[in-house]
Each structure stands twice: as C-alpha cells, then as structure tokens.
Design a protein around this ligand. Structure first.
Ligand code: GTP
Ligand code: SPV
Ligand code: MN
Length: 611
C-alpha cells in the first residue's frame, strides 16, 4: 500500500521498526496503519512508570494536562467543549447484515464504512506521534487472556489506557507469535501541517465510533473523550465482547461487581446494571450504614460473566481502573472514591480547579469554594449560573488504589454472582426494589429497564428512554437476539444455582420533587433485604410486578426518615403502570420480530396481573 501523503516509505517513520514483538499480524497491521495515517513517529508503549512520566510531561508541555499540585502525580485535562461525552448518534455497529445490528444501533454496510473511514484516516496522524498500546482486558492469568491493541495519535489516550487496562509489556508478553487480538484504531482526526501549532484538545467535528463485529475490529475517529477513545472499555469490553459472548455462551454486561459480607459472615457477590451516570460507581464503593455489614469492590462498570463448572454464574471485571463520574462524588456520598483519588495517580477531566491547586466539582463538599477556575478556564463563584465542573466530568484512577477493593479482584476464576440488579433513574412508577419471579421474569425486568438520560452521552438530559440491561448504547448486535441469548442461558442452567434477578430504583421522587429514598450508603438496607430474600429470611408482598417489601420489611434501624416516604418509594400506582405498559408495548414494537415469545408472554402476564 502506498498511501503516504508525503510519499515517505513507512519504513522510514522513526520508531516504526522498534517493535518489541515478532507477532506477525500485529506488525503487519501497525505498518499498514502507519502507511495510511502517516504519523511523524511511532512509539510502542511498554506501560512503565518512566513512560507515564515522559508522556505526562509532554502532555503538560502541550497544554492538554495541567498538574494538580495538591494530589500526587495527578493532572487535569479540559476538553474541547464539543467533546465531553459519548457520541451515541455517531456510534455504529457495521455487521455484514443490517439485521444483525438491529433497531437500537446505527448501522452502515462495512464496505461503505471502510471507504469513508479509510479516507478520513488517510494522513490523519500527520505531525503527530502514533502510539501502539498492547493491552489485556481481564486478568492476565486467564487461560485465554482477552488481548487487544489500540493504535492512537493521542497521548491522553495512551496515559488513560495505562490506567484503565493492563497495558504495555505485561500484555504484550501474552501475544507470543500469533495470539488473537482485537484491533482498535483511534485518531483524533486533527492532522498537523508542517509548522502548524497544536491545540490543547485536538478533535474533529466529524466523528465516527465504529465497530466491525465479524472482524472484531474497532475504528474510532474525531473524539478524544474517554467513552469514544479508550477503546478497551465500551468498544471492546462491551460492544465487541457482547458479540464474542453471544457466540461463546457468556455475558458481557454494563455492570458493577460488589462483595457483601453479612453480620453472620455470609458472603454474597452482587452484579448490578444501571445506565450511565445512574449509580454503579457509588454502589460499587458502598460503605454500608447497616451495622455489621461489610462491602468490598470488584468493579464499577463492566462485568464479564460465564458459568463455572459448579453451574453458577461467575463474574470478572475486565478493567484495571475506574473512569468515574465526578459530580455527586463527595465525602458524604462516596468517601471511598474520595480517599481513592486523594492518593493521586489520577487524571481528572473537565472538573474545576481551586485557587490552592486542587480539584473541585459539584457535590464534593457541601459548600463550594468562594472562587474556582471552571472546566472551561473561566472564573467561577458560588453564584455563577453554570456548574463549575462539567456534569460528565470524570476521574480516572488505578483500581488497586481503591480502599475497598476485594482481595479477589484479579482472580481469573471470577466470583459467583448471587444476585443481579437492574436499576434505572425514574422519578415515578418504578418501586425502590422488586424481586423477579424467576429468570425469565428477571430478563423481562432487564429488557424493559428504563431511565432518564444523563450527561454521559451527548443529547438531551432527563428524557425517559428504554435502556435494556443498561446496554442500549453498548450491545454489539440485535437487541432481540441479545434478549434471546439471556433467556437461553437461563434455560440451560440449574434454576437453584442461577443468580436471582431484582429491579431497583434509587431515584423515585415525591410530589415536591425531592428523592424519597436517601440512597448512597443507605442502599445497603435494600441490599440486605435482597440477600435476605435469597437466604429466605426477608419478607415481601406478592405484587403484580413481583415480590416487593413494605417499609416494615426493610431494616431501617437508625435511619432518620419518614417511613411514609419509604412506602411511597415502594408504591405501585395503577395509573402510572397503565402509562408504563403503553411505553413497554411501544418498545417491544421497536424490537420487532426478533422479540422472544417468552418476553411477550411476560408482558401479557404483567398486563393481566395489573388489570
Ligand atoms: P457510568 O460511569 O457513566 O457508567 O456511571 P455510574 O453508573 O457508575 O454512575 P455513578 O455511580 O458515578 O453515579 C452518577 C450520579 O448518580 C452521581 O452524580 C451520583 O451522585 C448519583 N447517584 C449515585 N447513587 C445515587 C443514589 O443512591 N441516590 C441518588 N439520589 N443519586 C445517586
Ligand atoms: C458510561 O458512559 O457509561 C461510562 C463512561 O462509563 S464512558 O467510558 O465515557 O462511556
Ligand atoms: Mn458506564
């Protein structure tokens, strides 16, 4: 291929031939990308501390990062204001058949997409460094480690991938001569002409986040924002992995993993799927208020789950760090996360800076400092009309720094999941907690999950939409086939060993608009009820939606709250449910012919029970 814009043979690109590997397919692909994108030089990343120092220094010099002097080895990145969240409308699943992408994904013929993006990539790294990042999703000690390589022209992506994945030499060791790996190509889409000055946050108005599920390939262009550019995360560990999981009989899910130990010493692991910015990080780092309970963290965003030899469902966290929502993370709501980022080694994006050189965001402390520099570099005062930190501002921190990390977090065997929770952000209708009747009914709860949209994706905030299993933006194939896959796993399993499925809603509001349930650390009371159901010790009422507690069934000891609020948070309102059934009917119509019969039957049965 002779695609180089300056007619320079690729072999002459400095660094290209300094490959620390003899893996043939990897070498061929890196050469092919370098020829197409024509970077100024190529750097093979080893993931070392030294490399982190070099890259962060160069990012500070470029103005992309500023040091956060109050926290060791920590930095703030402020993005282009047009590049602050996942771009769902620019995200594509380019399966060979449109019907394999289904109604919830943008689709384009892979041949057409290949033509469009090849032209975008042609020369797109000119004047920039091309980083080659070998990485592994999930424990390195896994029998068949899930490998990937991201090629990117963003040093911000390189340092962030080092925090979020097992990146560099430790991953490359697993490649050998011919291991399979996912190819993930990323360019910010901002080539530099000779002598052209760079900007602090290069990106492009043209954005594509594209997945080729049959080729296990990811092509991302034009955005530097985490969810669009850290391709091990949503693109690999959810979209591509969900296709692998369908083919191989496991699950790749948008779930936290939490370990709970009861006062009696019983250990249970819980996985929970909540849509973006709906409470996974907070629940994953929960410090129970209920006396005697202990909670430990295994993951806050993604769970890969497969059946063990004992017939139970085991989960591993494929990630190596946390890319958490900053606003709302505070000493009162999530002290664990605060202690985690205080240790440093953290890259903050789009938060505010204090006059003493520390970070701040809404909800960190009860009162805001008198003066801040906001995420766009402007002076900010408590009476400013806009938030100081972007609502989707984030911290990026290594997992080992989490004070509540469970000792088994890196165990390739994973942890057996007793309960799966599906939860959304709904001001009305959905009770605080519901226990499904059985796996099929639980899959229906997941398939009909809904939530108000948040700042994690571009677009309007606060609009109720269906977000099945919290995977709407992340399922790499047809959502109807995805539901069928969930159902089929239940059919093959021993019901006595299957994880039990629950629905939760921390976000129900009273008529005056305030949250009816205090949430955060108090969610331990709901978890205690859930585990009580599994152990047969907690009471509930059989309702049309499933088993629901009354306030009296929850342990509210020491909680300063009006029990009437809790009962209201648990109410099933017939008028609200009549409207909800219409919304579910519309949603199932959208899913179309591939909607499994079992889910239609669950819908009909729910309609009858509510009548
Ligand atoms: P992603 O990283 O985008 O997938 O999000 P996440 O699900 O991990 O969301 P996170 O835990 O970071 O929470 C997002 C927002 O929800 C934060 O502003 C929290 O303060 C708020 N939140 C989390 N848990 C609760 C809760 O129990 N009650 C209320 N009212 N708000 C909560
Ligand atoms: C989400 O949006 O669900 C996230 C953040 O976890 S990002 O990785 O940016 O997608
Ligand atoms: Mn997420």
């Amino acid at each position: 291929m002779t695609t180089s814009t300056d007619n320079r043979p690729a072999g002459a690109i400095p660094g290209l031939d300094h490959a620390p590997t003899t893996h043939h397919a990897l070498l061929a692909w890196v050469h092919e990308v370098a020829e197409l994108t024509t970077p100024e030089k190529v750097v093979w990343c080893d993931g070392s501390d030294d490399e982190w120092r070099r890259l962060t220094i160069s990012l500070v010099e470029a103005g992309t990062l500023v040091r956060v002097p109050q926290k060791p080895h920590s930095f703030l990145a402020t993005s282009d204001p047009r590049d602050v969240a996942r771009a769902e409308d620019r995200t594509y699943i380019c399966s060979e058949n449109a019907d394999d992408a289904g109604p919830t994904n943008n689709w384009m013929d892979p041949v057409d997409m290949n033509i469009i993006m090849t032209e975008l990539y042609r020369g797109s790294m000119s004047g920039r460094t091309m980083y080659v990042l070998p990485f592994c999703m999930g424990p390195l000690a896994e029998e068949n480690p899930k490998l990937g390589v991201e090629i990117t022209d963003s040093a911000y992506v390189a340092v962030s991938m080092r925090l979020m994945t097992r990146m560099g030499a430790m991953a490359l060791e697993k490649f050998g001569e011919d291991a399979d790996f996912v190819k993930a190509l990323h360019s910010v889409g901002a080539p530099l002409k000779p002598g052209q000055a760079d900007v602090a946050w290069p990106c492009s108005d043209v954005k594509y986040i594209t997945h080729f599920p049959e080729d296990r390939t990811i092509w991302s262009y034009g955005s530097g924002y985490g969810g669009n550019s850290l391709l091990g995360k949503k693109s690999y560990a959810l979209r591509i992995a969900s296709v692998m999981a369908r083919d191989e009989g496991w699950l790749a899910e948008h779930m936290l993993i939490l370990k709970l130990t009861s006062p009696a010493g019983a250990v249970h692991y819980v996985a929970a799927a909540f849509p973006s910015a709906c409470g996974k990080t907070n629940l994953a780092m929960l410090q129970p208020t209920l006396p005697g309970w202990k909670a430990e963290t295994l993951g806050d965003d993604i769970a890969w789950m497969r059946f063990g030899d004992d017939g139970r469902l085991y989960a591993v966290n494929p990630e190596f760090g946390f890319f958490g929502v900053a606003p709302g993370t505070g000493y009162r709501t999530n002290p664990v996360a605060m202690r985690m980022v205080e240790q440093g080694n953290t890259i903050f994006t789009n938060v505010a800076l204090t006059d003493t050189g520390d970070v701040w965001w809404e909800g960190m402390t009860d009162t805001a400092p008198e003066h801040l520099t906001d995420w766009q570099g402007r002076d900010w005062h408590p009476d400013s009309t806009e938030p100081a930190a972007h609502p989707n501002s984030r911290f990026c921190t290594p997992i080992q720094q989490c004070p509540s990390i469970a000792p088994e977090w890196d165990d390739p065997a994973g942890v057996p999941i007793s309960a799966i929770l599906f939860g959304g952000r709904r001001a009305s209708t959905i009770p605080l907690v519901t226990e499904s009747r059985h796996w099929q009914h639980g899959v229906f709860l997941g398939a009909t999950l809904s939530s108000e949209t948040t700042a994690a994706a571009t677009g309007e905030v606060g609009v109720v939409r269906r977000d099945p299993m919290a995977m709407l933006p992340f399922t790499g194939y047809h959502v109807g086939d995805y539901f069928a896959h969930w159902l089929s796993l239940g059919e093959r399993a021993d019901p006595a060993k299957l994880s039990r499925i629950f629905g939760v809603n921390w976000f129900r509001r009273g008529e005056d608009g305030r949250f009816l349930w205090p949430g955060f650390r108090e969610n331990s009371r709901v978890l205690a009820w859930i585990l009580g159901r599994i152990e047969g010790t907690a009471d509930a009422t059989d309702t049309p939606l499933g088993a629901v507690p009354t306030a009296g069934d929850l342990d509210l000891t020491g909680l300063d709250i009006n029990p009437a609020d809790v009962d209201e948070a648990l109410t099933i309102d017939p008028a609200e449910w009549s409207a909800e059934l219409d919304l579910i009917r519309d949603w199932f119509a959208t899913v179309g012919d591939k909607l499994p019969t079992a889910l239609r039957e669950e819908f009909d049965a729910l309609t009858r029970r509510l009548a």
